[in-house]
Design a protein around this ligand. Structure first.
Ligand code: ATP
Ligand code: MG
Length: 220
């Protein structure tokens, strides 16, 4: 089975890879903000690999605004292909239906086992959403979080969240770390709007991604 072969190629290295970063997202499309954030997490947190996990199709599709799961998956593979420490998983796409963070973290835990450290990497805005969702306590027991600060972001909201979730600051600091990334105001929303307005997207996404978008007529 093709899929198993592929997933095995990601996970077979697990013996020597004990610190795993997880980067979930719609990746509609993937951009340099995502890649710089993942690279920065690798270096600042001495991770061994980062697994990008594109979400599956949302149930209510707004025409042309969201590319298919397969297009988003392929763009993520293209954008990460040249980095030996970046991998892409189809787990949410193949699971179908709405993916909850807890399901993904549970599945990763069962694949990697108890001994590895899992770090869920998100933008500072996204962590506030994830941790107010279902099964917060179980999520926190299974993985730690790296919150990448986006330009103009106020860290007070993350401190509030830690206060709400943890009995003491020490525990909260171990589970939710803030990571400063070079100021990148890039977002997929802005890239889609630029394409609509026929403005350039060069240098905001890897070259292969702008070619893929043009070739397949995405977001127009
Ligand atoms: P959209 O504008 O469509 O919401 P997005 O740019 O936020 O897209 P997502 O796929 O929603 O991209 O994000 C995936 C993850 O990457 C989220 O955790 C998000 O917070 C984070 N992220 C997105 N852009 C950046 C950026 N420029 N710097 C740091 N983190 C980012
Ligand atoms: Mg987003």
């Amino acid at each position: 089975m093709e899929k198993d072969k592929y997933e095995n190629s990601i996970y077979k290295v697990k013996e020597s890879r004990n610190r795993i970063g997880i980067m979930g997202g719609t990746f509609n499309p993937i951009h340099l903000g995502h890649l710089v954030t993942a690279q920065e997490a690798l270096s600042q947190f001495r991770l061994d690999q980062v697994v990008f996990i594109p979400t599956c199709d949302p149930p209510h599709k707004v025409d042309n605004d969201i590319a298919s799961a397969e297009d988003r998956y392929l763009m993520t593979v293209i954008a990460t292909a040249s980095n030996d420490d970046f991998f892409v998983s189809r787990m949410e796409i193949d699971r179908k239906g709405k993916s909850y963070t807890i399901d993904t973290v549970r599945e990763l835990r069962s694949i990697y086992g108890k001994e590895v450290s899992l770090y869920f990497i998100t933008g500072a805005d996204a962590i506030l959403e994830i941790l107010t969702w279902k099964d917060t306590e179980e999520i926190i027991s299974l993985c730690s979080f790296i919150a990448a600060t986006r330009p103009g972001y106020n860290l007070a909201r993350i401190d509030d969240l830690k206060e709400k979730l943890f009995a003491n600051q020490q525990e909260g600091n171990g589970k939710i770390s803030v990571m400063e990334v070079p100021a990148l105001a890039i977002s997929s929303t802005d890239i889609r709007q630029r394409i609509q307005k026929k403005q350039p997207i060069d240098y905001l996404v890897p070259e292969g991604i702008s070619h893929y978008i043009m070739k397949h007529g995405l977001y127009i």
